[in-house]
Design a protein around this ligand. Structure first.
Ligand code: 13P
Ligand code: SF4
Length: 312
C-alpha cells in the first residue's frame, strides 16, 4: 500500500461507498476497534451479523466468526482481512474425529461453543458463546446427556456451575491456557485490593481465584458497574482498549502468562493477523471472501438460530 494512503480515511470512505459494516472483536488492535461500526463479544457480533442491513460484512475477527456471519447471511459478501486468522479451539476439533466421537454417543445432544468450524456447527444441536453458555446448558432437560465441545475449560466451568455431567471434547484456547497461576497469585499479593476478572476459557485454577468470570462483554460490564478501583484482567490484552475507555479512572492490570508462551503476553496471534492495511485492501478488492458450502451452511444455521432464539 502506498505510504501516502490514509488508511483510516480510505476505510471509512470505502465502507460508505460499498454499504459495508465492520464488525470487530475486542481482541483486535485499537486502531481496528476504533474504526469498526460495532465492537463486541462473540454473541453480540453474531447478533449484529444476524440483524445487519448492510450489503457487505467485513469481519475484523477470526475465521469462525466470519463463517458464522456467512451462515446467517448467505446472500451477503462476508470478508475476513486474513483467511489464516484461525483459532486453536476451532483447530482442536477436526470434523472427521468429531463425527466418530459423536457417533459413539448417539444418545447425547451436542452443545458446541461458537469457536469451531462450520462443519462442526453442522453436527451440533445448539451453539453457545461464553455469554450464554450457562443458560443454554440449563435449557436442556436434566435427564438428557450432553456432549460439550470443543473447549474443555469452559466445559469444566459449566459442569461446576450447572451440576450437569457433560462429556467434554479435549480442546483449549492457547491464549487463555497460558495464564500462570503462580505469577497471578504473586501479582495479586502486590495488589491485594485488586479483583481478578477472568474469561471462562481459562483453566480451573485461574477461575477458582477469580472474583468474576464471564465473556469479554461480561468482563467489561462487571468492571464498569463494580465499585472497586483495581482489577487484574485474565483475557486477551486487546480488551484493555475498550475497557479502559469505559473506566478511565480505574487501574487495569493484565494477568501474567507463562514465560515460555510464544509472545510472553496474552495476545492472540490469530486475532492479531488482521491489520489496518489488510482491512483496507480487503474492502478495496472485496477479498478474501468467506464461503461456506450450502449443505453445511443449512445444517449449521439451525443450531445458531436456536442459540439466537434463547439469547433474545
Ligand atoms: P467472547 O468475546 O465471546 O467472550 O469470546 C472470547 C474469545 O476467545 C473469542 O475468540
Ligand atoms: Fe481462539 Fe483463543 Fe484466539 Fe479466541 S483467543 S480466537 S479462543 S485462540
Amino acid at each position: 500500500v502506498d505510504k501516502q494512503v490514509n488508511l483510516a480515511a480510505e476505510i471509512t470512505r470505502l465502507k460508505k461507498e460499498k454499504n459495508a459494516v465492520i464488525l470487530a472483536h475486542y481482541y483486535q488492535t485499537p486502531d481496528i476497534q476504533d474504526i469498526a461500526d460495532y465492537v463486541g463479544d462473540s454473541l453480540g457480533l453474531s447478533q449484529q451479523a444476524a440483524a445487519t442491513t448492510a450489503d457487505m460484512i467485513v469481519f475484523a475477527g477470526v475465521h469462525f466468526m466470519g463463517e458464522t456471519a456467512k451462515i446467517l447471511n448467505p446472500h451477503k459478501k462476508v470478508l475476513l482481512p486474513d483467511l489464516k486468522a484461525g483459532c486453536s479451539l476451532a483447530e482442536s476439533a477436526p470434523p472427521d474425529l468429531f463425527k466418530k466421537f459423536k457417533d459413539q454417543h448417539p444418545d447425547h445432544i451436542v452443545i458446541t461453543y461458537i469457536n469451531c468450524t462450520a462443519e462442526i456447527k453442522a453436527m451440533s444441536d445448539i451453539i453457545c458463546t461464553s455469554a450464554n453458555a450457562e443458560k443454554i446448558v440449563n435449557s436442556v432437560p436434566k435427564d438428557q446427556p450432553i456432549i460439550f465441545a470443543p473447549d474443555k475449560n469452559l466445559g469444566r466451568y459449566l459442569i461446576n456451575k450447572t451440576g450437569r455431567d457433560m462429556l467434554l471434547w479435549d480442546g483449549a484456547c492457547i491464549v487463555h491456557e497460558a495464564f500462570a497461576i503462580d505469577k497471578l497469585l504473586e501479582l495479586h499479593k502486590q495488589h491485594p485490593k485488586a479483583k481478578i476478572v477472568a474469561h471462562p476459557e481459562s483453566e480451573t485454577h485461574i477461575l477458582k481465584v477469580a472474583h468474576y468470570v464471564g465473556s469479554t462483554t461480561g468482563m467489561i460490564n462487571f468492571v464498569k458497574n463494580d465499585d472497586n478501583a483495581e482489577y487484574i484482567i485474565a483475557t486477551e490484552a486487546g480488551i484493555l482498549h475498550q475497557m479502559s475507555k469505559e473506566v478511565p479512572h480505574k487501574t487495569l492490570i493484565p494477568a501474567p502468562s507463562h514465560e515460555d508462551n510464544t509472545c510472553a503476553c496474552s495476545e492472540c496471534a490469530f486475532m492479531r493477523m488482521n491489520t489496518m492495511e489488510k482491512l483496507y485492501l480487503c474492502l478495496k478488492y472485496e477479498l478474501p471472501e468467506i464461503l461456506v458450502p450450502e449443505d453445511i451452511r443449512q445444517k449449521a444455521l439451525i443450531p445458531i438460530q436456536r442459540m439466537l432464539e434463547i439469547s433474545k
